[in-house]
Write a protein that binds this ligand. Structure first.
Ligand code: GKR
Ligand code: MG
Length: 426
């Protein structure tokens, strides 16, 4: 089997006005969909966060992919090593490196092809199922009213339940508890995460305490200020969150600062910001910067790298879960296969999917949440079927929206003129 072509399609997907440490989500999020076509008539699919830089990097990688056998991953990636690029993840909550995203998009699409070629699900190529269902957590956001503007989710006055809550504002503890109840009722999630770094720490701590009062002590809770707090602040408020949080996600920036908070506060620390690459692992061991690593095949460079990370976690006593960004069903399917294959997955996974779930999906057989979990597909490859018309429609939206990079600061300035992102705010 040989790869004969690669199609790289940037798309824009409807996204509600969610607040975070970097500002505000635009009415659409950007993704790139990669299709590898083979001489045997198969298509393999990958999905990664969208940016013009990543699109160009994928284009430049075309010649390393076309003509190759998708089973020969070492040959495909021989020219692509993270160390050769010296890229940094940046200070934003999301990872801005291109090389790892290129690797992830191509590798996932190759696994989809391998699975389709031999008639086995991707999970079987990663060692087989360690679990039949993968558990996810509710992912809450402070947000303004709205649900993705004119780009797909619109405002539906007749909506009820979660579709109604998805468009409502949530700007305080009461709003967050209402959002949590609607999301948990709809999807059955058993753990809850709040995206912090938006308001003064005291406000966010109040939301977490309100969530515990509403859901009880048995529902695991997490708060993620995306590294915006100073060490002293994180310790002061961390102490108020002892007995409330299951884990404290990236309260501060950098491994050394995380280690200082970890020593002072009796809550496990988790990260998708300070330990995000293999080059960071020696520092993780030296500093003991976190107890839990939130893996992500999009920025660790694919499935094989994620399995290597899982081995590190097992060896060095780290818990393991998964991070997410706004995404569609190809990424969700990849996350489910990946998570199903990792024996030491110790926490319910993040997913932004409820914020996108609905009529914007390019997968015509989307995965369904039951009791907060998704069943691992037995269909060949990733098990997703792509609706090509929808894909073309979302590409048109990408062109129409004119955005080529995620920039939450510019979006925030539209509602709060003069607002600027500060890597450390409180
Ligand atoms: O979607 O606004 C967001 C999040 O802040 C996201 O970009 C982060 O990468 O979810 C992420 C996280 O856990 O840090
Ligand atoms: Mg995080």
């Amino acid at each position: 089997m040989k790869i004969t072509d690669i199609h790289i399609t940037p798309i824009a997907i409807a996204d509600p006005p969610l607040l975070n440490a970097a500002g505000l989500h635009a009415p659409f999020a950007l993704r790139i969909i990669v299709e590898l076509v083979t001489d045997s008539g198969l298509s393999g699919w990958g999905e990664v966060p969208g940016s013009e830089g990543t699109r160009q990097a994928l284009e430049q990688f075309r010649d390393h992919v076309v003509g190759k056998d998708p089973f020969q991953l070492n040959a495909i990636f021989a020219a692509l090593t993270e160390s050769a690029t010296g890229e940094a993840r940046g200070t934003a909550p999301w990872d801005q490196r291109q090389t790892v995203h290129v690797q992830s998009a191509i590798e996932v699409a190759c696994y989809d092809l391998m699975g389709k070629a031999i008639g086995r699900p991707v999970v079987d190529l990663l060692g087989g199922k360690a679990r039949d269902r993968v558990p996810f957590a509710a992912y809450l956001f402070y947000k303004y009213e709205g649900a993705g503007g004119d780009f797909g989710l619109g405002l539906d006055e007749s909506a009820t339940g979660w579709p109604a809550a998805r468009q409502q504002a949530a700007l305080d503890a009461e709003g967050i508890v209402a959002q949590a109840k609607a999301m948990v009722d709809h999807y059955g999630f058993k753990s809850i995460k709040l995206k912090g770094g938006v308001f003064e720490p005291a406000v966010e701590v109040e939301s977490m305490i309100a969530l515990q009062e509403a859901f009880g002590k048995d529902v695991p809770l997490r708060l993620d200020p995306n590294a915006l707090w100073k060490v002293d602040t994180a310790i002061e408020y961390g102490k108020k969150l002892e007995g409330v949080l299951e884990y404290y996600e990236d309260p501060v920036r950098g491994q050394e600062n995380m280690a200082a908070v970890a020593k002072a506060v009796d809550i496990p620390l988790a990260t998708n910001m300070c330990t995000t690459s293999f080059a960071d692992l020696p520092g993780s061991v030296q500093w003991q910067s976190e107890a839990i690593i939130l893996s992500d095949h999009h920025f660790w460079g694919g499935f094989r790298a994620s399995l290597e990370l899982a081995r590190f976690c097992r060896t060095f006593g780290r818990g393991l879960s998964m991070h997410s960004n706004s995404h569609l069903g190809i990424s969700l399917a990849a996350m489910v296969h990946m998570a199903a294959a990792v024996p030491n997955l110790t926490y319910d996974l993040d997913t932004h999917y409820p914020w996108q779930d609905g009529d914007i999906e390019i997968v015509s057989n989307p995965l369904q949440f039951v009791d907060g979990t998704i069943a691992v597909s037995d269909a060949p490859g990733l098990g997703v079927e792509i609706d090509r018309e929808k894909l073309a429609e979302l590409h048109e939206k990408y062109i129409a929206c004119g955005l080529t990079e995620r920039n939450d600061e510019i979006e925030m300035q539209k509602v709060q003129p003069g607002w600027t992102f500060q890597p450390t705010r409180w």
